[in-house]
Write a protein that binds this ligand. Structure first.
Ligand SMILES: [Mn+2]
Length: 328
């Protein structure tokens, strides 16, 4: 099986004149780092490719990007072959849908449950039991990876390890299974150093970023009998620190351990009176609430965008979370 996937992938790749690799909107350290790993593997096998982004800040991944070629999507871009990683739905591609629609060959490699508007492809590999797309690539392309020199093998292993750090939230999410440690054991055997990768990926914050997080944490407010935690970062905070919060680690991860909570709502102002809302809950289906407002995500972690003054936006979310709590 693993052999077939690698052979099929490279058969399709060798037919294409131009290759693009892309991932879902609001890319994360799985989709983007899996793309970096795959691009490097292709490069070492003699195939050039481009990672197509939404123009987001990739400085978090800079320590892995020495050989990367990246371009922000522009309307009209066209590539023979498009590889979509960590995403299986047209709804999650944003503007880059056109890139997939105009491709002659599409490859989809993902570990999310298929929900709606599935992307079809000549090669489609969706395995929801895998912890990350990067781990899937390492598994299915190992026959190709093992032919590389040790340095290159280690690099691909480092990338796969970072995708696991990302998707398990540093081995703290419920998806941290025995299989995860088994894969990580293989990656460490390739030379990956967990302590260095942890430092490079999870602890590499600037002092400004920590001030941004600290001042956001200072806005914590508990509502509904202290069962729901609200916090926010407004535009003025980002401006006063001259900081681009798009490049920051998620602020919600700093409050996920607060005892006794049923839900967290983090409000970030992205334009005047436009708030990106991140909802987190271990017991409520926050995806349902996000979906009412055109947002989405997962049961335990979803996002949406709302317009209005902060107190009004927070009231709305408070009512909806309180209702969901009552329905429990
Ligand atoms: Mn993922």
């Amino acid at each position: 099986m693993t052999q077939n996937i690698g052979r099929k992938l490279f058969a399709l790749i060798s037919r294409a004149e131009s290759i693009a690799i892309t991932t879902h909107i609001n890319s994360d350290g799985d989709g983007m780092v899996a793309a970096i790993a795959l691009q490097e593997l292709l490069r070492l096998k003699g195939f050039d490719s481009l990672i197509i982004t939404d123009g987001e800040d990739l400085s978090r991944y800079a320590f892995l990007m020495q050989h990367s070629s990246v371009q922000a999507y522009q309307p009209g871009m066209q590539h023979d072959l498009v590889i979509v990683l960590d995403c299986n739905s047209h709804d999650r591609l944003g503007e880059r849908n056109a890139l997939v629609q105009s491709a002659q060959i599409t490859i989809v490699i993902d570990h999310h449950v298929v929900e709606h508007a599935p992307i079809e492809g000549e090669l489609k590999l969706i395995e929801t039991h895998f912890v990350s797309t990067g781990a899937m690539l390492f598994h299915y392309l190992f026959d190709e990876i093992k032919q590389l020199p040790p340095e290159a093998r280690k690099f691909i292993a480092d990338c796969a390890y970072v995708t696991i750090l990302n998707d398990t939230n540093n081995f703290s999410n419920a998806n941290t299974t025995a299989d995860v440690f088994e894969i990580c054991r293989d990656l460490v055997k390739e030379g990956s150093k967990p302590h260095l990768l942890n430092m490079a990926y999870l602890q590499n914050h600037s002092a400004t970023e920590m001030m941004y997080v600290g001042r956001s944490l200072a806005t914590i407010r508990l509502v509904e009998d202290e069962k729901i935690l609200f916090l926010h970062s407004d535009l003025q905070l980002a401006q006063s620190l001259d900081f681009d919060p798009g490049s920051t680690m998620s602020v919600t991860r700093y409050v996920q351990g607060v005892a006794g909570l049923r839900a967290i709502a983090y409000f970030r102002e992205v334009e005047p009176d436009i708030w990106k809302v991140s909802l987190r809950s271990l017991i409520l289906d926050v995806q349902k609430i996000a979906a009412i407002h055109g947002g989405g995500g997962h049961r335990k972690a979803s996002g949406l965008t709302l317009m209005g003054k902060l107190p009004d936006v927070q009231d709305l979310i408070q009512r909806e979370l309180a209702q969901a709590l009552k329905a429990q």
